[in-house]
Design a binder for this molecule. Structure first.
Ligand SMILES: NC(=O)C1=CN([C@@H]2O[C@H](COP(=O)(O)OP(=O)(O)OC[C@H]3O[C@@H](n4cnc5c(N)ncnc54)[C@H](O)[C@@H]3O)[C@@H](O)[C@H]2O)C=CC1
Ligand SMILES: O=C(O)C(=O)COP(=O)(O)O
Length: 526
């Protein structure tokens, strides 16, 4: 049974969902904060479920020798090293919608708290002071809200702001004009947004492109007296510049849910009467936490138990319905790849996967990735469906996918065409009774199933070869399971694919190579 570690404070409903779906689970909601402990235990787990407190960076991924999936019960994945996970073949998934409404509501709550000074007034009133004139606020009606990043959360914030009769200007390179019109927002470039906004709210992910998007320079482009909200990520905003501009009075107030360093227990902005702060509470409602915990547990269990992939940031999607249909084809693609990979000795240049017949209706991305993984596996140790396309690309191997509707004699065929520095090789296969079967090698028809140990030979089609090969195997005490032959023309090139019961020794291979008419002999393992 696969085993998952929950290392952050997810709703405990996740534990029930994992168990119901056949996954063993250790619930250790504070373990993720202890880096050393996490490193020492992660090797036991197939999956790691986190929120934002656990830093699933390269050392953790490297120590997770059995790790297959990291699940983020939430949206932001800046606490997960996705390139390192991809390189290690670990699927990374998140729950892109589960806490979006809650986070947008927090941004709106922060906006009102900030412009009406509610936390400050609350503290003062609880102290028995009645400072009615100390807390003069600002009305949002008719004001302009600048939304930087108008994706799931930004769109919900915009929608709520439109409901409050605010004008909304949005900057997002991926926001289409149609979507902007539908949302009732005006699309603008960043400079225009900054010059027009009374209140700016940022909702982009933290990436190399967005880091410091609210830089000192950009903050200085705001109108005097503007307000700033950050409920997305620390690091999007220059905190030092914000402090200076609050002190100078250029910025009237700020509402911050997130900080460059978290947990933030000591910060130059703490105690500033113009700042409203919360400890990364954007996603913290009962509803959102139930949503994301259930969803991530379902997704991770579906992957670990059934091979379904959803909401992955580094692997092609496979629905739970597709997974069982794809499974035998994934095995076929990988075995064909393994066959070709074991025969490719010189620089690999291109892998082309051709799908013919009914199979072309299926989700082909995972099949192509499996074929590529199969090809690369004999050359590299840790390669799988997740990292294979990236590894191939890094090594300058191009990947092509071709689809043809008709498939000659078979309902579905996968043809693999491998181009190396010296030659192009093809191998094709189909499913027979659900099991992978080779039907063509180098243009020669063949009928062979895969076995753990196989001998592949090419030879000139001359009398006596089959007997000589059988004798050589017999003399080595090698039991033959199946013996499959194919040839181009009588007397031309021929192929033998022999399933044997044990691994083929180098010694035996040399003997086979020395037989008359043999042009090549290779031991294959599947
Ligand atoms: N405070 C909290 O507790 C929470 C914070 N978040 C943060 O909110 C972020 C956004 O979440 P979603 O809206 O769900 O993500 P999303 O992916 O739906 O939207 C992000 C938007 O930002 C845009 N974007 C990317 N680069 C940009 C750039 N350079 N300039 C302008 N726009 C850019 C994208 O085109 C996209 O539309 C998350 O990545 C996460 O960091 C999310 C949930 C809770
Ligand atoms: O989903 C996100 O991106 C969040 O920032 C929420 O973080 P949390 O799960 O509350 O640690």
């Amino acid at each position: 049974m696969p085993k998952v570690l929950v290392s952050d404070k997810l709703s405990e409903t996740a534990v029930r969902v994992f168990k119901e779906r056949g996954v063993d689970v250790d619930y250790e909601p504070t373990l993720g904060k202890d880096k050393e402990k996490l490193l020492s235990v992660i090797g036991d787990y197939d999956g790691l479920a986190v929120r934002s407190a656990t830093k699933a960076m390269a050392p953790v991924i490297e120590a997770g020798k059995k790790l297959k999936v990291i699940g983020r019960a939430g949206i932001g994945v800046d606490n997960i090293d996705i390139p390192a996970a991809t390189a290690a073949g670990v699927v990374v998934m998140n729950t892109p919608y589960g806490n979006a409404i809650t986070t947008a509501e927090h941004a709106i709550a922060m906006m009102f708290s900030m412009v009406r000074l509610i936390p400050q007034a609350n503290a003062s009133t609880h102290q028995g002071k009645w400072e009615k004139s100390a807390f003069m606020g600002t009305e949002v009606y008719g004001k302009t809200l600048g939304v930087i990043g108008c994706g799931n959360i930004g769109s919900i914030v915009a929608d709520r702001a439109v409901g409050l009769k605010m004008r909304v200007v949005a900057y997002d390179p991926f926001l289409t004009e149609e979507r902007a019109i539908k949302l009732g927002v005006e699309k603008a470039d960043l400079d225009t947004l900054l010059s027009r906004a009374d209140i700016v709210t940022v909702h982009t992910p933290l990436t190399d492109q967005t880091r410091n998007i609210l830089s000192r320079n950009n903050l200085s482009k705001l109108k005097k007296g503007a307000f700033v909200i950050n409920c997305a990520r620390g690091g999007l905003l220059d905190e030092e510049a914000l402090k200076d501009m609050l002190d100078e009075g250029h910025i009237a107030g700020a509402a911050l849910d997130v900080f460059e360093t978290e947990p933030a227990t000591d910060h130059p902005l703490f105690g500033n009467p113009k700042v409203v702060a919360t400890p990364h509470l954007g996603a913290s409602t009962k509803e959102a936490q139930e949503n994301v915990a259930i969803q991530i547990a379902e997704q991770m269990a579906d992957y670990l138990v059934r091979g379904a992939v959803s909401n992955s940031l580094n692997s092609p999607s496979v629905t739970a319905e597709e997974a069982p249909r794809l499974k035998p084809f994934i095995a076929l693609a990988e075995k064909l790849g393994a066959f070709a990979g074991q025969l490719t000795r010189t620089g690999l240049k291109k892998i082309e996967v051709i799908y013919e017949g009914d199979i072309s209706e299926l989700n082909l991305k995972p099949l192509t990735a499996s074929a590529v993984a199969g090809v690369l596996k004999p050359m590299l140790s840790e390669v799988n469906i997740v990292n294979a396309p990236v590894i191939a690309r890094e090594r300058g191997v191009s990947i092509a996918e071709t689809v043809r509707d008709d498939a000659d004699a078979y309902d579905s065929i996968i043809r693999l065409k491998i181009t190396s520095e010296t030659q192009t090789r093809t191998v094709s296969g189909t499913l027979f009774g659900g099991a992978p079967r080779i039907v063509e090698i180098k243009g020669v028809d063949m009928e062979a199933s895969f076995s753990p140990h196989m001998l592949y030979t090419t030879n000139e089609d001359k009398p006596g070869f089959i007997g000589a090969l059988g004798r050589a195997l017999g003399e080595a005490g090698m039991n033959i399971g199946t013996f499959n032959l194919g040839r181009e023309d009588s007397g031309g090139g021929a192929i033998a694919l022999v399933a044997v019961d044990e691994p083929i020794s180098d010694d035996l291979l040399e003997k086979v190579r020395a037989l008359p008419h043999v042009t090549q002999a290779t031991a294959l393992a599947f």
